[in-house]
Design a protein around this ligand. Structure first.
Ligand code: NAP
Length: 267
């Protein structure tokens, strides 16, 4: 299998690394496409055997799968300026937030489109990707794509494309929400006199432990909270402030706004 990555940025390169790590393709069958030459030397350090081109110099693309990993805002320009002709059998996998399959098909004048929404932990093989596909894509073609996605973490097929905007808002953007909360916790630690690096250790290890308790317990989240929050205790004092300030609602509203933004990006 030959794969081209159109937009060799953070995500495009994370995906490429995972494919090579699990030997899903040979490095010489990977073609990385950038906007300009400025990133060539950096990219070739990590991908010495792969082909690297600028977008403008690609007049023919000999790949079975083309992964579109440019920013959603750049896609229209890309689609309108492609110099190569997509062949009937070539598959397109978009990982762009928000842009619907139908729009990708229209702008590229090509039917075989799979749309996926990964997240940044794909870099470590710990991502989660929701994906869906256009009509006319065979089961075996989808299985091939799922195998590639699984090298970056877990993947979940969704029948309903509309839900991908929710996935974008939940897990696509999700790592940033956790970083945001963790940052607040670390800052609270330093304000209480704990060294920043120690505070970070206490917080991140707590996050890891909480994750495993969620996954290994029969209790629901409310019961897990109650386990920590004894009456009149410290956790209860913190939760009281959170509740009085509607923190849960604020977080939910933020996430729903992320979904709204994903819908706007189809624009
Ligand atoms: N980051 C995430 O956590 C995440 C999660 C899920 C989905 N996504 C999606 O993944 C896509 C890429 O995100 P990213 O974070 O990897 O962004 P990024 O690092 O900016 O990567 C996009 C790359 O595309 C390149 N590019 C722009 N126009 C191009 C063209 N005409 N030809 C070839 N390359 C071109 C950019 O080049 P320049 O550097 O020169 O601009 C950049 O290297 C986005 O559509 C985003 O919605 C990202």
């Amino acid at each position: 299998m030959k794969i081209a990555i159109l937009g060799a940025g953070n995500m495009g390169l994370s995906f490429s690394k995972s494919f090579l790590k699990y030997e899903l393709i040979k490095p010489e069958n990977l073609h990385l496409i950038t906007r300009n030459q400025s990133k060539f030397s950096k990219i070739s350090e990590d991908f010495p055997k792969s082909k690297i081109s600028t977008f403008d110099e690609v007049t023919e693309l000999n790949a079975d799968l083309i992964i579109i990993a440019v920013k959603p805002q750049d896609f229209k320009h890309v689609a309108e300026n492609i110099k190569f002709k997509l062949r009937e059998t070539q598959m397109v996998l978009s990982i762009m937030a928000g842009i619907k399959i139908e729009r990708i098909q229209q702008l590229l004048d090509h039917p075989l489109v799979v749309r996926a929404m990964p997240n940044s932990p794909t870099l470590l093989g710990m991502g989660i990707t929701g994906y869906t596909s256009a009509q006319g894509i065979s089961f075996s073609q989808l299985i091939n794509i799922e195998r590639l996605l699984n090298s970056t973490g877990r993947s979940v097929y969704l029948e309903n494309e509309e839900l991908l905007d929710g996935v974008t808002a939940l897990s696509g953007s999700g790592p940033a929400y956790f970083y945001y909360i963790i940052d607040a916790m670390i800052k609270a630690g330093t304000e209480m006199g704990i060294d920043e690096n120690l505070s970070k250790l206490f917080v991140t290890q707590t996050m890891l432990g909480a994750y495993h308790l969620i996954n290994n317990s029969d209790k629901n989240l409310e019961a897990l909270i109650q386990d920590v929050a004894s009456k009149g205790g410290t956790t209860e004092a913190a939760l009281k402030t959170f509740n009085e300030n509607n923190l849960k609602e604020i977080l939910k509203t933020g996430i729903l706004n992320a979904e709204k933004r994903a819908k706007e990006l189809n624009g």
